[in-house]
Design a protein around this ligand. Structure first.
Ligand SMILES: Cc1cc2nc3c(=O)[nH]c(=O)nc-3n(C[C@H](O)[C@H](O)[C@H](O)COP(=O)(O)OP(=O)(O)OC[C@H]3O[C@@H](n4cnc5c(N)ncnc54)[C@H](O)[C@@H]3O)c2cc1C
Length: 542
């Protein structure tokens, strides 16, 4: 029997994960990537002896990675348990000592990071955040003793949200409004629908603790003031399965995934920009028949999965005549996530360097007001918060001897703003690096720096092809969550699917791996893949 062909547009982590699953479902799968290398947001910049991961650095839920590396050809295992069987007791870790399972270790070495984050406040005090409840309580007692009792209550609320929202519903594909309505009463009962910051503010009185327990959605493009409190689950996801790092950088993880895909028989084409998803009219139906590349080459296939930005996929790749839904209006109506300025820099080590951690969150003087400037007013404020990543603390091989490789990431408005990044980018980068130097995070940085480069929202728009330079797809907020988020199975064109951060369930590396599994399940169902291969019927709520 001839094997069916699948094309995946884009080699982001979600695209590669979906391609691995399609290959193991029995499709002959090809990834076509417009850039010269793989990874999308997880692209690697190698320059002057430094290796900079350009995007994701915080690895969570390592068993999602293990699941991908365990897949075999023609044995899709879509019915493997989505999560380890039980929620762990306090203090237990699923991966004592190391992170990756046996399959992962054949491709990449993943190690746990402690603390998860050091969170600096503007007054110089800091909070070391990890999974150990005794440590978390000690930090609260040091900084905000009045919030100790509130923390215990928040912890229980977050645990309940994690249990229902992640362990039980995490893999639910919300293909219809009915599927969403059926879970609403539970989410209301858990308080998971109110804004996260409101939930956190109920339990914590101090501004510092409110920031510590609400900032995390920013790492996936969510505004803590708007993102639904279901995102309190992130706290528990990290607590349960830890925060990890791929030795060699996230790029080493991406390279491992590509190797796995190729070992399963999949093929990869770089420098191959898709100009159009080809669609054929079949009676009243429209079906994807392949893609046309920018140079005019036609690649036929039985199904197409787009890992490109959701808005770009519909507005630029699918001809208007084939759209059943008014996508222009829908894209205008939807809110795109914030964007980022990311400054990559290498610097000489110096005796007596301050005691920074691998992951440092450096909060500015304002929180709610700054979030409003970024997400709503869309202005570049004079103050900023940042995430300073120094991976050479864990893996010195990422820089020449005696040097650190670092990046600092600053949330900024997407290109719906009036900011001219060509005009202000350099100056803003100077301001941020001067701040790190003068505030003593990296003293004398400007004298020690040997490499500096940066990206702005224009990179996300022009290079990665993200609508208005969004950093994380459509913004995660209640009206853009679950059923209300773009669907993984196109409603306009049959045999067209989407995967990645713009789709269900959302952004971040664990979510895009979940999205890959959800999309693969939809495909398995549509193509009536032999349940023997799938290992049971895919579970779908629709
Ligand atoms: C700076 C930064 C830091 C982050 N940090 C973290 C973190 O620490 N932890 C975490 O979990 N998440 C983090 N995230 C989020 C995470 O990186 C993303 O959610 C995830 O990597 C997105 O993957 P994706 O599969 O949606 O595809 P993307 O990475 O968006 O890739 C899409 C791919 O499609 C390609 N493409 C687009 N159009 C075409 C076309 N027409 N033809 C061919 N190819 C095309 C693009 O070139 C790109 O390679 C971070 C994101 C950023 C930007």
């Amino acid at each position: 029997m001839t094997r069916k062909r699948a094309i995946v547009i884009g080699s982001g982590i979600g695209g590669i994960a979906c391609a691995i699953r399609l290959q193991s479902l029995g499709f002959d799968t090809q990834i076509v990537e417009q850039l010269a290398d793989v990874g999308g947001r997880a692209f690697v910049r190698r320059v002057d002896g430094f290796t900079f991961d350009m995007g994701p650095t915080v690895i969570t839920v390592p068993h999602f990675i293990e699941e991908l590396f365990a897949l075999e050809r023609d044995a899709a295992m879509l019915d493997e348990p989505d999560f380890p069987p039980a929620v762990l007791a306090e203090g237990q870790s699923l991966c004592p000592g190391g992170s990756g399972g046996a399959h992962t270790r054949r491709y990449v070495d993943i190690v746990p990071i402690l603390p998860f984050y050091r969170i600096y406040f503007d007054d110089g005090t800091f909070f070391d955040y990890d999974a150990d409840p005794a440590n978390v309580r000690a930090q609260i007692a040091r900084l905000a003793p009045e919030d100790l009792a509130g923390y215990e209550r928040f912890h229980e609320a977050a645990r309940a949200i994690f249990q229902r929202g992640f362990l039980e519903l995490g893999y639910t594909y919300f293909g219809s409004i009915g599927s969403m309505v059926s879970v609403l009463p539970d989410l209301l009962r858990l308080g998971a629908i109110q804004p996260l910051f409101s939930l956190v503010s109920k339990y914590f009185k101090s501004d510092k603790m409110r920031q510590v327990f609400s900032f995390e959605p920013l790492l996936i493009g969510g505004n803590p003031l708007k993102v639904p409190a279901i995102y309190a689950m992130i706290h528990f996801v990290e607590k349960t399965w830890g925060v990890h790092f791929a030795m060699g950088g996230t790029g080493a993880l991406v390279a491992g995934l590509v190797r796995k895909f190729e070992e399963l028989g999949g093929t990869l084409r770089l420098n191959a920009k898709v100009a159009r998803i080809d669609v054929e009219k079949r009676g009243r139906q429209r079906a994807a028949t392949g893609v046309t590349l920018a140079d005019g080459e036609v690649l036929p296939s039985d199904l197409v999965v787009s890992n490109a930005d959701y808005a770009t996929t519909y507005l630029k790749l699918v001809d208007k005549a084939h759209r059943r839904i008014n996508r222009d209006a829908l894209v205008r109506f939807r809110k795109q996530s914030m964007s980022l300025m990311v400054i990559y820099f290498g610097y000489r080590m110096q005796a007596g360097d301050p005691d920074l951690r691998h992951h440092n969150i450096i909060l500015g003087p304002r929180y709610e007001e700054l979030l409003t400037d970024i997400f709503e007013r869309k202005i570049l404020a004079a103050d900023f918060s940042q995430y300073l990543h120094i991976p050479t603390i864990t893996d010195p091989s990422l820089a020449p001897p005696g040097h650190h490789a670092a990046y600092t990431l600053i949330p900024v408005p997407n290109n719906h703003s009036a900011i001219d990044w060509d005009a202000v980018g350099e100056g803003f980068a100077d301001t941020v690096l001067r701040f790190l130097d003068e505030r003593g995070y990296i003293p004398d940085l400007r004298d020690r720096i040997v490499h500096r480069s940066f990206v702005t929202p224009d990179y996300f728009e022009d290079v990665l092809g993200s609508h208005v330079g969004n950093g994380f797809g459509v913004e995660p907020r209640l009206t853009q969550t679950a059923f209300f988020r773009p669907h993984n199975r196109s409603e306009d064109v049959s045999n067209l699917y989407l995967v990645g951060q713009g789709t269900q369930p959302g952004g971040g590396t664990p979510s895009v791996m979940m999205s890959a599994k959800m999309t693969a399940r939809e495909i398995a169902r549509d193509f009536a893949i032999d349940p023997q291969i799938v290992g049971g019927r895919p579970r779908v709520l629709s």
